[in-house]
Design a protein around this ligand. Sequence first.
Ligand code: ADP
Ligand code: ZN
Ligand code: ZN
Length: 734
Amino acid sequence: MRSHLYILKVAIPVPVYRLFDYLPPLDLDPKTLKPGIRLTVPFGKGQKTAFLIGIDSNSEVLSAKLKRIEAVLDERPLLSDRDLSLLHWAARYYHHPLGEVFSAAFPVALRQGKPATIKAEKFYVLTEKGRLLNPEQLRRAPKQQQLLYQLQTERDAVPASRLNAILENWRPAAKALQDKQLLRLEGAAANATTHLTFNSQLHPNPLQQEAIEQVVCALSRFEVFLLEGVTGSGKTEVYMQVIRSVLERGLQVLVLLPEITLTPQLEQRFRQRFAVPITVSHSKLTDIQRQQAWLGMQRGDYAIMLGTRSALFTPLARPGLIILDEEHDASFKQQEGFRFSARDVAVVRGKLLNVPVLLGTATPSLESVYNVEQGRYRLLHLTERAGNAAPPKMLLLDIRNKRMQEGLSESLIAEMHKTLAKNEQVLLFLNRRGFAPTLICHGCGWVARCRRCEANMVVHYDESLLRCHHCGSEQRLLPQCPECETGQLTPLGLGTERVEKALAQLFPGRSVIRLDRDTTQRKGVLEDALDRINRGEVDIVLGTQMLAKGHHFPNVTLVVMLEVDSGLFSIDFHASEKLAQMIVQVSGRAGRAEKPGRVILQTRKPDHPLLTTLIKEGYGRFARSALAERRLAELPPYSFQALLRVEATDSAAPLQFFEQLMQAVEPNRTVRMLGPVPAPMSRRAGRYRYQLLLQSATRPELHRFLDKLMPLIAGLKLTRKVRWSLDVDPVDLY
Ligand code: ADP
Ligand code: ZN
Ligand code: ZN
């Protein structure tokens, strides 16, 4: 057969909704090329890494014009057939170009066409002698002592990459310990066949036991579980005991977490429990490290991966279980490019791989509560704190007409003094960084606005500048009003920087630490701060939502949310759900140990139903009443949405784009079109923004409509003048 009858259908990571045709290489039998392999293809003036989708005998392009691929990068596809179907499904569901979806599934290095080879990682394991030796006996060789101590606390086969991260210049010490037969080197595979866990499994309480049994019974099939339990109720312990059962079957586990809860402490906790090779994947690793982790899972070298959203597509040689912790967390939704929900795709992946999916949280998303009601997910409820910690008490503090000092009411200040006097710590939470969100002229009313956004500039006194939190623009902080040149500039509103200064005055002699994106940029700062807090060197911790998750502060007994009211009046219907989740998550930081915790919420709306339901009846009740409201308003999950966003530097272009589109669209009774309207932030980074919300009572109807809409959009001339994107199941309407 002549080779040009084989046409390779190829997906290329470019924002185009079609496949590209190429001819096979001359020196290879096209029949050996399997869908899913990576190829290098000529594209435009350069070349790209592409993915083989299929082989056909037809092409719409004249064969004389077809180009030949330049290289075949993989002998066999790196993804299984089921994972390839997952990507096809995701491209259809999110109406996103297949090439970009494929690309998102691979680590950066492989996307760039690097060979899919890995250095088999070596693990350091203590010998029996090494495990028993008292590190004191090595005190004359401090580095060796340190290394031995580290390996003894990890109690694990420790990969060289991890030693690099925790100990400088450790190799000579490792060599010395090896010479003394305290330490040996092993390959990953050998290590996987030894014992699974160290004997530190806790005795589960009855609720944990019930949850563990239910998941373990489902280990050989697909089912979705929602593990609901407040912080400290023992969810992580449930994960670990279920994981043990998966490991006993020789299978692998993928654990997905939000970036900020994937802490070194959590990783350590897993490494101390499990003797199997564990790997992590998150944004602080290098491309090479992430490729190693990805390929290591693909080859089956590792038994457990802890990763963030982007780890969702990591191939598993022996899939056994997918866990997604903090399932309600907005960071599981990608907000740009391929806008997928890692939670929703994880559920589909579980179904395709025929493995259970375990979703955990203290504050389930309304979608998941709804899915439990519909019988699609099974609820596992941990209603008590594990061990003997008491739940925190929540209190609404009415601040109407109260004297305030920089956002702190007098009774709050008194409560803080009492707590500090008992040698306990206070945590203050304010979700706004900078000094103040607005700068206004007392003389003429001028307000500092961003030149590129429909937004105010935020005052940052520490750095003497004004900064836009939407586009990052900066201006020097001027001594005088640029408009009237005489008026005094007055900061309006509260940010963490301002509260920090107030605390220094109100609580002289107390040590205050501020943790937000501005103070924790440098590597290691956050970790140091957390250590200092846990050692009791800090009295008052002040911070933004980075404090709401993952970290445990055993000596904090008073948690304060300085301001909750702004979350009560957002135009986005998701806002009340997010606020309730935030309040519960922040509360979870207090009273972890024997000391009971208290939570104070300052509000001017003490009778607001959201707050009273949440405080008096708990998150479960709040969720049910919020769902009832959604049903009445026909909002998701009782309807299905997609948001078409369009932006351009030319202020008229987005509306012209929508006009052209509306002319081309056939009216449809089943899909409502709300808009186009200016986006809630109508200009950002110099671009004018508009959006059109599409809503339907059923998912298939919405998707049929989108199937027709996408080619229409692609055909519009104006697509060259605007940037547009489609967001299926949007969680953020901004
Ligand atoms: P969560 O993940 O829900 O916040 P964890 O699993 O981290 O909860 O458990 C909270 C604390 O309680 C941890 O210190 C854990 O070691 C402890 N713990 C969990 N389960 C038990 C148990 N069955 N008995 C005693 N302590 C437990
Ligand atoms: Zn002025
Ligand atoms: Zn801006």
